[in-house]
Each structure stands twice: as structure tokens, then as C-alpha cells.
Write a protein of this length. Structure first.
Length: 286
């Protein structure tokens, strides 16, 4: 993959990822203790949907644009409200012109005692991220490679929170790097929540990643749990745009599985391309 997020901002992949992110942070809000969000590959923060990149990609038209117009049950409306309210806040006139990335989704859901560490090494994206988080005492933008940051910033002093791992998958060995970096971080902080995003193009690569992470989590004391979510908007064809993505959540909130069983079936029609989308939600075996 050659992944520049400006081309993919607001895509179905972002929609799925950010709904999950918002649900986890909403869960963390239930306890008064502070938490920290660590975003290892943070991106630019805010994306202009009228930019040349967004127009060339156009993925937001079959992602967030469809979601904003879809009709949902009362339960799904309530569960997606924290996420959609943030998107609406960046589009106050009701026109969809901007899309907030993961750092801004997380920042909007933080309380005064919570903190954000956002890592980004691409100069243009890092400059943009610094711009949108300027003078924010609760957020820190770090010029550090995400794979180095992952073990370096855990455990956080708050001892609560989540790590979002959303690499660009530009290198052929990205899955190997992901597994190694997660392992190094998990050994240091086995009680943290980890959200790992991946493109679901190779069943062999994704299954190997999931199994290795699940084994590591199961061997922790106390044993950790995993939740695997894959969402496909169309059959994945060789050389075509990405149509299938996955999220592997380590130590998910106990509420998350049930929430996703409510939400995901209602996303199949609005996000599907050439037919209904399909999803897979399971607890992987080590």
C-alpha cells in the first residue's frame, strides 16, 4: 500500500476505526481516574474534504458522507452519537467540509485530567497536527517514529488508557514491525487497551498477526483478552483500492463486544459498495 491519509480521510475505514475509538474512550470516562491516549501514527489531525487529495480519493463520499445521511435505530444513534457529534462540531454549518482524524477524535472526548500523546514523523503532517493542537496543554505532538514510541511511552503514569496503532503500511514488513513493537509494549504494559488497525488484504498475514497477539495476551498475568473486527465494503480485488480492513482490540472494555453487535449490522447497507457490506466480529483463539 501507498498510504497518505489525506486521500482516505473520512473513508469507511476511518468511520469504523473512529466509532470504535470513541466507544472505548467513552468507556474510560466512566471512572474518575485520569487516562492517556497514545496515537503512534497520528497524521495531520484535521483534513480538508475540499482539497485536491480528498477529491482525488473521494473515499469520504462512500464513508462519512453516507453515515451522516443514514437512518439508524435508537440504540445505534446513542452509541454513535459521541463520534458523530465531533464530526458535526467541525462542520458547524451542516455542510461536510472537514474531517477530524484520530488525535482530534480522542482530544474531543478527553476530560481536564486526561492526556494525549500524538506521534508523527512526516514533516508536513506533523506541522499541521501541531497547528491544530497548538497551545493545548493536554496534548503533546512528538517527532518520533511510531514503532520507537510504542514501547517508549508505556506504561503511562496514569496507568489507564489506550494505544492506537494505525501505521501507514507502506513497507512490506509492516506486519512484522507491528507484531514486534506491540510485543515490546505489551510486556511493559499488559493492562493497557491497544487498538491495532490493519488492511485485510492477505488472510495469511492478518491471521498470523491476530494469532501472535492473542497468544501474547493470553500468556499475561492476569490473561488479556482480544476482540477481532473486520469490515468489508466489497470483495477485495488485486490492485484495487482497499475494501476490507481490520481492528484488533487487546483488553477491550467488557461493553464493546455487545455495542459493536448492535452497531455493525446497521452499517452494512450505508457503507456497502455495489451491495451490502459484511463484517466479522469474534474473540480470536490464541
Amino acid at each position: 500500500m501507498n498510504y497518505r491519509h489525506a486521500f482516505h480521510a473520512g473513508s469507511f475505514a476511518d468511520v469504523i476505526k473512529h466509532i470504535v475509538l470513541a466507544r472505548i474512550i467513552t468507556y474510560l470516562q466512566d471512572k474518575p481516574g485520569a487516562f492517556r491516549v497514545i496515537d503512534t501514527h497520528a497524521g495531520a489531525g484535521l483534513y480538508d474534504l475540499e482539497s485536491d487529495e480528498a477529491h482525488r480519493g473521494g473515499e469520504w463520499l462512500t464513508g462519512i458522507a453516507r453515515l451522516m445521511q443514514a437512518r439508524f435505530s435508537n440504540d445505534t444513534i446513542a452509541l454513535t452519537k459521541p463520534y458523530l457529534d465531533i464530526v458535526r462540531a467541525y462542520n458547524p454549518k451542516g455542510e461536510l467540509k472537514a474531517y477530524p482524524g484520530s488525535p482530534l477524535i480522542a482530544r474531543a472526548l478527553m476530560r481536564p485530567q486526561d492526556r494525549l500523546v500524538a506521534c508523527e514523523i512526516e514533516p508536513k503532517a506533523r506541522k499541521a497536527l501541531i497547528g491544530v493542537l497548538r497551545h493545548d496543554e493536554q496534548a503533546r505532538v512528538v517527532d518520533l517514529d511510531g514503532w520507537m514510541a510504542l514501547p517508549a511511552f508505556v506504561p503511562p503514569k496514569e496507568r489507564r488508557g489506550l494505544v492506537l496503532i494505525d501505521p501507514p503500511f507502506e513497507a512490506k514488513d509492516e506486519f512484522d514491525k507491528l507484531g514486534e513493537a506491540f510485543s515490546a509494549a505489551f510486556v511493559k504494559w499488559p493492562t493497557g487497551i491497544y487498538v491495532i488497525w490493519y488492511p485485510a488484504k492477505s488472510r495469511r498475514a492478518t491471521d498470523a498477526l491476530v494469532q501472535s497477539v492473542a497468544r501474547l495476551a493470553a500468556a499475561a498475568k492476569p490473561p488479556g483478552k482480544c476482540l477481532r473486527l473486520e469490515f468489508s465494503v466489497a470483495p477485495q480485488a488485486d490492485g484495487a483500492a482497499l475494501t476490507s480492513i481490520g481492528l484488533l482490540i487487546v483488553n477491550p472494555p467488557y461493553t464493546l463486544h455487545g455495542e459493536l453487535k448492535t452497531i455493525l449490522p446497521e452499517l452494512e447497507m450505508p457503507l456497502g459498495q455495489g451491495g451490502a457490506a459484511r463484517f466479522r466480529l469474534e474473540v480470536p483463539r490464541p
